[in-house]
Design a protein around this ligand. Structure first.
Ligand SMILES: *[C@@H]1O[C@H](CO)[C@@H](O)[C@H](O)[C@H]1NC(C)=O
Ligand SMILES: *[C@@H]1O[C@H](CO)[C@@H](O)[C@H](O)[C@H]1NC(C)=O
Ligand SMILES: *[C@@H]1O[C@H](CO)[C@@H](O)[C@H](O)[C@H]1NC(C)=O
Ligand SMILES: *[C@@H]1O[C@H](CO)[C@@H](O)[C@H](O)[C@H]1NC(C)=O
Ligand SMILES: *[C@@H]1O[C@H](CO)[C@@H](O)[C@H](O)[C@H]1NC(C)=O
Ligand SMILES: *[C@@H]1O[C@H](CO)[C@@H](O)[C@H](O)[C@H]1NC(C)=O
Ligand SMILES: *[C@@H]1O[C@H](CO)[C@@H](O)[C@H](O)[C@H]1NC(C)=O
Ligand SMILES: *[C@@H]1O[C@H](CO)[C@@H](O)[C@H](O)[C@H]1NC(C)=O
Ligand SMILES: *[C@@H]1O[C@H](CO)[C@@H](O)[C@H](O)[C@H]1NC(C)=O
Ligand SMILES: *[C@@H]1O[C@H](CO)[C@@H](O)[C@H](O)[C@H]1NC(C)=O
Ligand SMILES: CC(=O)N[C@H]1CO[C@H](CO)[C@@H](O)[C@@H]1O
Length: 846
């Protein structure tokens, strides 16, 4: 805890700086060199600023027209000392050398003080403009402020639990990955994604990505002059901006994925229903849950193991009395025999004990972070006093891979199908900075002489400016835990490449996810890995899925799940996400759990999970929830290939698999604030009941043709709100967008493997012009590289004729049984009976 005099000292500094910061004169651009595809200049400090730390006097500006829709603006120090995210953690896209004349974005600048703007030449819109405030670029504080239109539509800057359309009045988004029980509003949560979408209705949508892992406050507000703004206040790093031209919302999503990487395609089985609980105290308990799901007739695809399975909560161990290895192996074998799956949790904190083999092997390979005296830096996590993997150390991947291969060996260990990495913000149960007093715990010193001077011998570019105050930077971001080192790793701890937690904190969880994916690949090179991570950073979708952390069994968090889905899937290139269904903390109630079972079925990742102190909340425990879950899973499983197709599309070009209505109706301002409905893929609009215990729902249908998913009837009244009363506990309104075609299995099954043997029917939903189109992607669902063994089928309906063409490389006996065409006269449905094989193009004329 900070003592009172520290608090007043800090206030003093803050007051002291505000006046000063207004006087900061900024930089002058000199030596400007302009070419067709780039612009470079030197930026020289005009006069002292030193608002929160030392000025960096000489900067370099690089502007690249990388593609016609991507403009890169990079402002660095000329010495290249300032930290930049390691290339291997976020490989940068290469410039395609577009030209300023062909680009959809135009860069212009003023020379002194240097400010810049980005415009959209086709409309003349000013998208970004720093004219009002000079740049500040110090060793521990960088600031840049852009004008926004009045009443702007800004989205993104996750992870947060706030409104999807961000508040722009005196609103701060702090990005600093943190343990976040009950995911509070207006605070920094588990992940950092410094990208926002600025949607300007009919005139286009653009995106702005600041590639920085440093802690920051992004402030949205209105100046005294009435000018709406967005201001970056970052405690280090460089200004590395990517401006994305859109102009359609989904174009921005794709352009963003081009930078941070396309998301990984998950295995098909991951779309099944998952069950987990912290507090399954024995393997027999787990077995009962599996059996009870089966007895209730609710398909269970994957059983999860939270930290209960471990011995004293240590990774790579089992509790000998309650989870004996042989019994765990038997359970996994029987799950596999039934076509079901098993996933276990791992935490980064490694018990600091010479009696713990995982620790010893790590110590041998010197993979743990070090304190100033060369001993292992210690903290507290579930097992007690722990040390922390330095994911950047060259030996760490090998150690982690070996641990995973040994413990999860198919022949002698637990043959998991995927891994779940938790607590990787990193969450340190040492709340206060001095919680590990040297007197109270025995220090197990490093076996190696840590020759830090040799190990960190520089100079290495981007390592971070030396001699910063890595512990108490003067600019205090609004971290929910106070000091930036609270409840996590000390920010002055150094990584093996000489960088420090101060700069890499927000990458820790992503590094663990990458290492875990690599380990799974090494364990089984031909299979698509499945990794679920709590902590995230921009681009982590390349390697992992994410759930929205430790929410609670509250109606408010049921609603939050929709906003978080919209943010991750549509804006952050992370398609495989979902909330803990029925809520993690606190006790679920029957009606809430029934509604959540339905809501979760239409989100990509579908897992019921509860905390140890919460009552059990398996779907089978209440009759109404059983009924809702059966119906939900039945529907989901028949739509599984539709969902898989949209995940495949996301992984091939970044098209979002779930999105807000304004992605489809960008000119309809009624849609801009909607955060209780979502488009799943390009055909289905999901509009769940959202009020507590309610059986009514109000939802919006944009001005278009819509069909009721459950009855196939055309729904009149596009362009207005609809109210539905008497929505039963096993009902959820779903509508089909006119103009879409999608495939559904004719029946569901107990497992996703069985679903894959069922035939299809194809639903054609003609739009206003009478036509429709859609697609279906098929492959074996598990191979990392399917080669040509895949089908990418496109469906067309022109009003009279149906055609299915594309590629048909996936060998299958499954057929299309029939094609159903909606929207006939008087609401009639026309059905054309097949069957047609899926080995080649087919079609018919009505
Ligand atoms: C900033 O102030 C320091 C100390 O007051 C001085 O040495 C330095 O020359 C100043 N720099 C500029 C660019 O004015
Ligand atoms: C773009 O230009 C740079 C510098 O001239 C060159 O090294 C690079 O290969 C070019 N890239 C492409 C895709 O043309
Ligand atoms: C802005 O928000 C901060 C923190 O939430 C609050 O202290 C401050 O009074 C607010 N300022 C205005 C002008 O509302
Ligand atoms: C499973 O069902 C049996 C029989 O209804 C019940 O006694 C048992 O408590 C249930 N176990 C779990 C973990 O749900
Ligand atoms: C094994 O699990 C039981 C039940 O949760 C627990 O009481 C016991 O402490 C655990 N033993 C170890 C070594 O973790
Ligand atoms: C980090 O700062 C703390 C507090 O000042 C200090 O005790 C510790 O030695 C520092 N650690 C390193 C690695 O510099
Ligand atoms: C959950 O229910 C249990 C038993 O019914 C009760 O002991 C516990 O206090 C409840 N938890 C909360 C947060 O209400
Ligand atoms: C919803 O129902 C639960 C019991 O199922 C009750 O405890 C809660 O107070 C109700 N909430 C509202 C807002 O009526
Ligand atoms: C595709 O299928 C063929 C025939 O089954 C097989 O020989 C080939 O190895 C497969 N290719 C890949 C990349 O899996
Ligand atoms: C598929 O069929 C449509 C409509 O008949 C046609 O426009 C399109 O060119 C075809 N594509 C391929 C790859 O054959
Ligand atoms: C396990 C866990 O995260 N529990 C937390 C739930 O939320 C409450 C309130 O924020 C915390 O006190 C618990 O630690």
């Amino acid at each position: 805890m900070a003592s009172p005099w520290i608090v007043s000292l800090v206030l003093c500094f803050v007051w002291g700086t505000w006046g000063q910061i207004e006087r900061c004169p900024g930089y002058e651009a000199i030596n400007v060199l302009e070419a067709d595809s780039y612009l470079i200049a030197d930026l020289v400090l005009i006069g002292n600023c030193s608002s929160h730390s030392d000025d960096i006097e000489n900067l370099r500006l690089l502007v690249e027209y990388q593609t016609d829709s991507r403009l890169h603006v990079l402002i660095t120090d000329t010495d290249y000392q300032v930290f930049q995210v390691q290339e291997h953690l976020l490989p940068r896209p290469k410039s395609q050398n577009a030209t300023s004349s062909s680009s959809r974005l135009h860069f212009s600048y003023t020379q002194s003080p240097f400010t810049f703007s980005v415009t959209r030449p086709s409309t003349g819109d000013i998208l970004f403009d720093t004219a009002d405030t000079p740049l500040i670029f110090e060793t521990q504080y960088i600031r840049l402020k852009t004008r926004l239109p009045s009443n702007p539509n800004i989205y993104g800057l996750g992870e947060h639990s706030d409104d999807f359309r961000l508040s722009t009045s005196n609103y701060t988004r702090t990005l600093w990955n943190a343990e976040s029980p009950n995911i509070p509003n207006s605070q920094n949560l588990y992940g950092s994604h410094p990208v926002y979408f600025d949607h300007r209705g009919g005139s286009g949508t653009h995106g702005v990505f600041l590639l920085s892992s440093n802690g920051m406050d992004i402030k949205l507000g209105t100046s005294d002059q009435g000018q709406q703004y967005l201001e970056y206040n970052v405690i280090g790093g460089v200004f590395d901006f990517y401006f994305l031209a859109g102009p359609n919302p989904a174009d921005v999503s794709k352009q963003y994925a081009e930078i941070v990487g396309l998301p990984a395609l998950v295995p098909y089985w991951a779309l099944g229903f998952h069950q987990c609980k912290y507090g399954y105290q024995s393997i027999d308990h787990v077995r009962q849950v599996v059996d009870n799901y089966s007895a209730a007739g609710i398909p269970l695809e994957t059983m999860w193991g939270d930290i209960d399975y471990m011995s004293d909560r240590q990774d790579f161990t089992t509790n000998a009395s309650h989870y004996p290895l042989e019994k765990v192996r038997q359970l996994v074998q029987s799950l596999h025999d039934n076509g079901q799956h098993y996933v276990q949790i791992l935490d980064p904190g490694i018990l600091n004990s010479g009696n713990y083999p995982t620790f010893n092997r790590g110590a041998e390979r010197d993979v743990f972070l070090k304190a100033a005296d060369g001993s292992f830096y210690r903290g507290r996590q579930w097992p007690g006093e722990v040390v922390w993997p330095d994911w950047i150390h060259p030996n760490t991947q090998g150690w982690w891979t070996d641990e995973i291969k040994r413990f999860y060996d198919a022949g002698s260990g637990i043959n998991v199908d995927g891994l779940w990495v938790d607590m990787n913000e990193a969450s340190n149960m040492c709340e206060h900075l001095d919680c590990l007093g040297s007197s109270s715990v025995q220090v197990w010193a490093s076996r190696k002489d840590a020759d830090l001077a040799k190990r960190y011998a520089g100079p290495v570019p981007f390592q971070g400016v030396p001699e910063r105050d890595l512990f108490n930077p003067m600019y205090r971001i609004q971290n929910r835990w106070g000091d930036i080192s609270s409840n996590t790793l000390w920010t002055n701890i150094t990584n093996a490449d000489g960088t420090s937690q101060y700069d890499t904190h927000n990458l820790y969880g992503t590094m663990m996810a990458i290492a875990t994916r690599n380990a799974l690949l090494s364990r089984n090179p031909s299979l698509r890995p499945f990794v679920l991570t709590r902590s995230t950073f921009a681009g982590v979708g390349r390697v992992a899925a994410h759930w929205f952390g430790d929410n609670a069994s509250w109606w408010s968090h049921y609603r939050t799940a929709i906003r978080q889905l919209l943010s991750f899937a549509a804006l952050h290139a992370m398609p495989f996400v979902g909330s803990d269904v029925c809520g993690f903390n606190d006790n679920a109630t029957e009606h809430m759990c029934a509604r959540w079972a339905l809501l979760g079925a239409f989100q990509p990742f579908y897992r019921n999970h509860a905390e140890i102190h919460s009552n059990a909340q398996e779907f089978y425990l209440w009759p109404s929830v059983t009924q809702a879950a059966k119906k939900a899973i039945d529907t989901r499983y028949r739509l599984l290939d539709y969902m898989y197709t949209s995940l495949w599309k996301a992984s091939s070009d970044g098209t979002p698999n779930a999105s807000p209505l304004w992605f489809f109706y960008p000119s309809d301002s009624n849609t801009f604030g909607i955060q209780t409905q979502w488009m799943l893929g390009d055909a289905l609009l999901i509009s769940p009941v959202v009020e507590d215990n309610s059986t009514s729902v109000s939802f919006y249908l944009p001005d278009d043709i819509w069909y009721d998913f459950w009855t196939f009837e055309q729904k009149p009244g596009g362009g207005q709100m609809h109210r539905l009363d008497g929505v039963k506990w096993d009902e959820i309104p779903v509508h089909i967008r006119g103009g879409a075609i999608f495939a559904m299995r004719t029946e569901s099954a107990d497992t996703t493997a069985q679903v894959r043997t069922k035939n299809f029917r194809i639903i054609v939903a003609p739009g206003r012009d009478g036509t429709a189109q859609g697609g279906l992607y098929l492959d074996d669902g598990v191979s990392l590289d399917v080669g040509e063994n895949k089908s990418e089928i496109v469906f067309y309906w022109d009003g009279q004729s149906f055609a299915a063409n594309g590629t048909f490389g996936f060998d299958t006996d499954v057929q299309v049984e029939r094609v159903v065409i909606l929207g006939g006269e008087g609401g009639q449905v026309k059905t054309q009976e097949g069957p047609w094989g899926l080995g080649g193009a087919f079609g018919f004329r009505l």
